[in-house]
Write a protein that binds this ligand. Structure first.
Ligand SMILES: NC(=O)c1ccc[n+]([C@@H]2O[C@H](COP(=O)([O-])OP(=O)(O)OC[C@H]3O[C@@H](n4cnc5c(N)ncnc54)[C@H](O)[C@@H]3O)[C@@H](O)[C@H]2O)c1
Length: 363
């Protein structure tokens, strides 16, 4: 696949600079847009050979820009994505897809009608260890999933515009949905605000699925050390992924019943190898691929919408100190997200990839 410079990045802040770097290394970066001098200076340092603009106008009118990657604050995602779609561009939006569920639904509908790619930045879904873990689940190696635990803790960047749940949990929720292959029916969340009033620094969110699987997601930016661990407990085996030590381990452990008593069967943990691919590079490469081929992204707009619905349910529960919030499990009616992701469906035929939707519609 040739990596033509055809992607513009909006927002060169704390995270956008990583997209700029990755896209440039992949040869796919055509422009950067940031309204602030600091953002533009950062972009000019990272990509001195690429035009940097203060507004999106030059990008919207440049037919060579086929896709945009939006790494701006969440409250700007919807408006920018709408503008990008209207200009005939394929769109990648950082998590969360939008703030409002209705806006996310609108983006999904518009992208589909315009036959544009809509991808959301659920980065962990491009992590080779998570892909290997998903293979352990789909191959049946772990047996039936019973429980998933995800801890994402650190003394990290403390945000004042969003809480730790919205900042960190989208990644964990996306992975859990992929592994379970269903939407939870109930969400319970509790948390505490210690730094800024009403901005939770620590939250524990429980997801309950109608097949009996439970999951808990513990996120905090007020923690003495960095811990990023995902543990999957199956009926046959268990697995853990430590994103700090970069280890995926399969445990041949379970509980058997012997003479009417539950007996733990302990076994060795075996390291599971996974590819060395950098998740962000893999994510950017996937977006370029989708732009060039018209394929539906692994983390498409529907994924973003589902995660957003769970975030809202968790926020409702958080606001009522853990009152359960119900969800509609039918959101997954169109298929299991645990299935091998994408590259099977397309948002448009390959021969019209990159042609603005107006042209496609009138063809
Ligand atoms: N995938 C991940 O792991 C990950 C990690 C951190 C942040 N994020 C997401 O990335 C996004 C940005 O977060 P951040 O931490 O980089 O924020 P930030 O505040 O550090 O940077 C945002 C940048 O966007 C620019 N900007 C604002 N409005 C703009 C517009 N209309 N057009 C172009 N640029 C504009 C700002 O000037 C700033 O430079 C958020 O959605 C956040 O949730 C994702």
């Amino acid at each position: 696949m040739s990596m033509k410079p055809e992607i513009a990045v909006f927002g060169c802040g704390g995270w956008g600079k990583n997209l700029v770097r990755s896209l440039r290394e992949l040869g796919g970066l055509r422009a950067v847009v940031d309204p602030t001098e600091a953002g533009r200076a950062r972009a000019a340092t990272l990509a001195p050979d690429v035009p940097v603009h203060a507004s999106g106008d030059a990008v919207w009118s440049d037919p060579a820009v086929r896709g945009v990657m939006i790494a701006t604050p969440a409250e700007t995602h919807y408006e920018l994505a709408i503008q990008a779609l209207a200009a005939g561009k394929d769109v990648f939006v950082e998590k969360p897809l939008t703030i409002d569920v209705g806006e996310a639904r609108d983006l999904v509908t518009r992208a589909s009608q315009m036959r544009r790619v809509l991808m959301v930045g659920h980065l962990l879904e491009y992590h080779p260890a998570i892909l290997a873990l998903r293979d352990l689940v789909t191959s049946g190696e772990l047996g039936k999933i019973r429980y998933i635990i995800s801890n994402r803790l650190n003394l990290g960047k403390i945000r004042t515009e969003e809480n730790a749940l919205w900042s960190f949990a989208p990644h964990d929720i996306a992975v859990i949905l992929r592994l379970v292959g269903a939407m939870p029916v109930q969400v319970v969340a509790t948390g505490g605000s210690y730094v800024s009033p009403n901005i939770a620094d620590v939250t524990v969110t429980q997801l309950l699925f109608d097949n009996g699987v439970r999951s808990h997601i513990f996120v905090s930016w007020l923690h003495p050390f960095k811990e990023q661990k995902l543990v999957v407990v199956g009926s046959k085996k268990m697995a853990s992924f430590d994103d700090v030590s970069k280890e995926l381990v399969l445990y041949d452990q379970r509980v058997d019943w012997q003479e009417g008593q539950p007996v733990p069967v302990r076994g060795e943990g075996t390291p599971v190898p996974f590819a060395a691919d950098e998740p962000l590079k893999a994510e950017c490469r996937h977006f370029i691929e989708c732009v060039q081929t018209g394929c539906t992204p692994r983390t498409d707009g529907m994924n973003g919408l589902r995660v957003l619905q769970i975030l809202h349910a968790a926020q409702r529960s958080l606001a009522t100190n853990g009152q359960p919030a119900q969800l509609d499990a039918a959101v997954f009616a169109n298929g299991s997200p645990a299935a091998e992701p994408v590259i099977e469906t397309t948002v448009r035929p390959a021969n019209v990839a990159g042609i603005p939707s107006e042209t496609v519609d009138s063809a």
